[in-house]
Design a protein around this ligand. Structure first.
Ligand code: SF4
Ligand code: SF4
Length: 344
């Protein structure tokens, strides 16, 4: 597996990173096999989080004995000094290590949250203290709003940034990566398939792999997925292929949704899971699991059209920081569904 320098951390990491969020679905024995297989195949960037159920514990049990072979990244979603310190110390115990290479402040999407983590009694102070004591190598940040992440990279010397990058969510390429490049911040791109959605998996993974990101992070739960991802990232994407992939993705981001989850629908329509794959679905179809999620929301589209509390001003749109015309989009999709239903 190819290795890249993870920005100014200077760490050499595999171009494919192992996202360990699915380990809670596996038995310990399955996790042992999978994680050791990934290491044997040259995947040396391992990412987990305190928020991922028992992922850290399973990881610790599975591969702590091979700790020298991988770069370990975890996250805390706590905002205060006291809570973050406790959580990071617990991560060290669960991961059975005395050293976390990259500690990321997790899921920072609101300016208010950023202020909290930076306050004198905020989570960053806990990370800095533990770094000074040698328990943490580097401090990173993760979030779903590329333009805010770019702003925060200029405000605080984060060494890494973790963000969405896929054919249907290419926003970071314009709004975040130029800043990260300029500051030599390690770039970790997640969700190349946008979760369980993008059906043309090889092209989708190569789209993200052909960007300037140093690591493509993919959540994997089987040896077959590890093999598929490894194969998809070899050989390196050429400039010509990159141009083709960009062409393939053209217009798939018109929905504009960043998956920041500010919005919520009282009817239970999964708004980002509806908007983000919608154009891709029309052009290329979705993976089975993604199609099921999409269909569940689709069953509620008709109710959205007549939902009284949203008649004057749609509740979701009042919360969307990007002022997306969500209701109009749902209506468009509902109409498309009618057309396809009447022609089948
Ligand atoms: S406009 Fe539709 S999608 Fe938005 S909150 Fe109302 S019912 Fe839900
Ligand atoms: S619709 Fe708006 S608020 Fe909802 S996830 Fe997308 S960008 Fe965020």
């Amino acid at each position: 597996m190819r290795k890249k320098r993870l920005g100014r951390t200077g760490l050499m990491v595999s171009a494919l990173g192992f996202g360990a969020m699915h380990l809670p679905k596996l038995t310990q024995q399955e996790a042992d096999q999978l994680m050791n297989y990934a290491l044997d195949r040259g995947i040396t960037y391992i990412d987990t989080a305190a928020a991922y159920g028992d992922s850290q514990e399973k990881l610790g049990k599975a591969i702590a004995s091979r700790r020298q072979e991988y770069v370990l990244a975890t996250k805390t979603q706590k905002r205060s000094y006291v809570e973050a310190k406790q959580e990071i110390e617990q991560s060290l115990r669960l991961l059975e290590t005395d050293y976390i290479d990259i500690l990321q402040i997790h899921y920072v999407n609101y300016v208010k949250e950023y202020r909290e983590i930076k306050a004198p009694d905020g989570a960053l102070r806990a990370a800095e203290e533990l770094k000074a004591k040698g328990y943490i190598g580097h401090i990173g940040i993760t979030g779903h709003r590329p333009e805010l992440l770019a702003r925060w990279l200029r405000d605080y010397p984060f060494d890494t940034v973790l963000f969405h990058l896929s054919m249907v969510q290419p926003f970071a390429e314009r709004d975040l990566m130029p800043t990260a490049r300029e500051l030599d911040v390690g770039m970790i791109a997640m969700k190349p398939l946008s979760g369980p959605f993008l059906s043309r998996t090889v092209e989708a993974i190569r789209f993200t792999g052909g960007s300037d990101a140093h690591v493509v992070l993919s959540g994997m739960k089987s040896i077959a997925e590890v093999d598929q991802n490894l194969q998809a990232l070899e050989p390196e994407v050429t400039a010509e292929e990159r141009a083709r992939l960009i062409q393939m993705a053209e217009g798939l981001d018109e929905h504009g949704c960043r998956r920041c989850n500010y919005c919520s629908c009282p009817l239970g329509i999964k708004i980002p899971d509806t908007l983000i794959p919608s154009r891709y679905r029309a052009r290329y179809g979705l993976l089975d699991a993604g199609e099921q999620i999409w269909q569940k929301s689709q069953a509620l589209f008709a109710q959205c059209l007549t939902y009284e509390p949203c008649r004057e001003r749609p509740l979701c749109e009042q919360k969307c920081p990007y002022h997306l015309p969500i209701q109009e989009e749902i209506r468009r999709l509902a109409a498309e569904t009618d057309v396809s239903a009447s022609t089948t």
